[in-house]
Design a protein around this ligand. Structure first.
Ligand SMILES: Cc1cc2nc3c(=O)[nH]c(=O)nc-3n(C[C@H](O)[C@H](O)[C@H](O)COP(=O)(O)OP(=O)(O)OC[C@H]3O[C@@H](n4cnc5c(N)ncnc54)[C@H](O)[C@@H]3O)c2cc1C
Ligand SMILES: *[C@@H]1O[C@H](CO)[C@@H](O)[C@H](O)[C@H]1NC(C)=O
Ligand SMILES: *[C@@H]1O[C@H](CO)[C@@H](O)[C@H](O)[C@H]1NC(C)=O
Length: 464
């Protein structure tokens, strides 16, 4: 018995999006013998949230993904290793950890004083311990119904560290603000504490760096697997008509994909890899028939936050050689519960958007460049500003916190992941009160589901 064409390697598969997920699916299908794989990418280049650029000379600046998180069982790590793409002197000279501070970070207070190293260490160690408890499913029962910010505040207040020195609470606020970059959230008060346990950290170093080709080198490996013509860029998909069995006219192409320029593609299977941010904005108008309730619900309920990087290039280094980062400790920071509550309504937060910047970190291979991280609505607002304005604000912060003589930057660059219409944010988080596992399963489940038309299965799956 011959299998229907949809199940065989002659099936037509359209992959929407040429980020790492789309390219990996297309490459996998190609290697499995599928000959009709078409990748449609809206932007003018493949890579999606991987954007390795060279604005400051030959060495890469990563505007998006930077590290390979974990080694064992990590397909990206295996691929990079197999093709010799990993950095040789991994984690040697420069800071390669984002969330844990290094002894070489300088923590400055608003009044220009340095916070004691021992104090910083104490608070950051406790913070890591509290986060690990949540990740390892060791949260005490009383914290199960708390958001992450509340849990951390309460557990911190219970600890003698909170009153061990005068800046402890302020450093703790810095830790929370900094953790927003991992959670891609506007605030930890919006993140579920209980659901962190669903995140699986893979064994092996967590901040594996790539070599001179940057993350783009991984994208290139996948691209090389595809046959010529398999990838079409500048092809935004506007509509996906699925379940078109009556129109199949003998051929088995139950899906039609329509592009913005009017081009149409027929397919037996469609794999949608648009970001959750894009789907939040477009999914309800994009699919015909509409996606089932549970999928639309998952798209609405899961969180997709914004994380941006700001790069400042100077003509010379003005920080000490042993300094790995300049961290900003505010008198009243945005992740202080009272400040968060006060600013949660109205537009007053616009005035203090820059207080969401965690600090300025040194950048591998770029001795005169600093990178600032910013998250949430403040990052979204930052994206609307001119480069000069953002540069001015950063220099003002650097001067007033450090008291050093800070020259004007020669170049300023920031990412715009929120403004990018095909990304609309940076990555996913599980909001307080959600069942993340159920929502992720609903989002990933193929369509139609197995109870509908078992004869003509039209798998259509959405990733994030
Ligand atoms: C600032 C930042 C830092 C990060 N740091 C790290 C890190 O250090 N390590 C790490 O592992 N991850 C990191 N990430 C996350 C990582 O970049 C993403 O998880 C990953 O790149 C997502 O790949 P993807 O293929 O799923 O989605 P995407 O990269 O978003 O690819 C989807 C593609 O689909 C295209 N598309 C969308 N809609 C349409 C449409 N309608 N028609 C046609 N094409 C469409 C988009 O243009 C895009 O190219 C970071 C992300 C950001 C933003
Ligand atoms: C990638 O980064 C460069 C800046 O170096 C920018 O011009 C470009 O728009 C970015 N692309 C995306 C998709 O963000
Ligand atoms: C499958 O889809 C049908 C119709 O949309 C729905 O009623 C049913 O609950 C779905 N089943 C599963 C397991 O999702």
């Amino acid at each position: 018995m011959s299998s229907p064409p949809a199940m065989s390697s002659s099936a037509k598969v359209v992959v929407i999006g040429a980020g790492i997920a789309g390219l990996a699916s297309a490459a996998t299908l190609t290697q499995a013998g599928f000959e009709h794989v078409q990748v449609l990418e809206a932007m003018c280049r493949p890579g999606g949230r991987i954007n390795s650029t060279r604005p400051f000379g030959p060495d890469v600046i990563e505007m998006g993904a930077n590290w390979i998180h974990g080694q064992e069982g990590n397909p990206v790590f295996s691929l990079a290793k197999r093709h010799g793409l990993l950095s040789r002197n991994d984690c040697s000279s420069v800071k390669c950890q984002l969330d844990s501070f290094t002894p070489c970070d300088y923590f400055f207070r608003e009044d220009g004083a340095l916070v004691s190293q021992a104090g910083v260490e104490q608070v950051c160690d406790l913070f890591s311990k509290l986060m690990s408890r949540a990740f390892n499913d060791e949260l005490e029962g009383k914290f199960h119904c708390k958001n992450l910010g509340q849990y951390l505040d309460e557990a911190f207040a219970d600890s003698p560290v909170a009153s061990s020195f005068e800046d402890a609470v302020k450093v703790f606020e810095w830790c929370k603000r900094n953790a927003c970059t991992d959670e891609a959230s506007s605030s930890l008060y919006e993140v579920s504490a209980l659901q962190l346990k669903e995140y699986t950290s893979l064994e092996g170093g967590y901040y594996n760096s790539l070599g001179p080709g940057g993350y783009q080198a991984v994208v290139d490996v996948l691209l090389k697997i595809l046959p010529p013509g398999a990838l079409l860029c500048d092809r935004p998909v506007t509509h996906i008509q699925w379940g078109l069995d009556s129109q199949a006219k003998g051929s088995f192409c139950p899906v039609k994909v329509l592009c913005e320029d009017g081009q149409e593609f027929e397919a037996d299977h469609v794999i949608v890899t648009s970001s959750l941010g894009f789907l939040k904005e477009r999914a309800s108008a994009m699919f015909e028939p509409a996606l089932p309730e549970d999928k639309i619900g998952a798209i609405e309920r899961l969180g997709f936050g914004t994380v941006d990087k700001i790069f400042l290039r100077f003509s010379e280094r003005f920080w000490p050689e042993d300094c790995a980062g300049i961290q900003l400790v505010w008198e009243e920071g945005l992740e202080d519960r009272s400040v968060y509550c006060m600013l949660s309504e109205g537009r007053a937060w616009l005035e203090s958007w820059y207080k969401k910047i965690c600090g300025f970190d040194i950048v591998a291979h770029h001795p005169t460049v600093l990178c600032a991280w910013i998250t949430g609505r403040e990052a979204q607002y930052m994206e609307t500003l001119q480069e000069e304005e953002v540069g001015r604000v950063c220099v003002r912060l650097l001067r007033s916190f450090t008291g050093w003589s800070v020259p004007e930057p020669t170049q300023i660059l920031f990412s715009t992941w929120w403004s990018n219409p095909y990304v609309k944010g940076s990555y996913t988080f599980i909001p307080y009160g959600m069942n993340g596992v159920r929502e992720h399963q609903a989002l990933a489940a193929p369509l139609p589901n197995s109870t509908v038309c078992t004869e003509k299965k039209v798998p259509l799956s959405t990733a994030q």
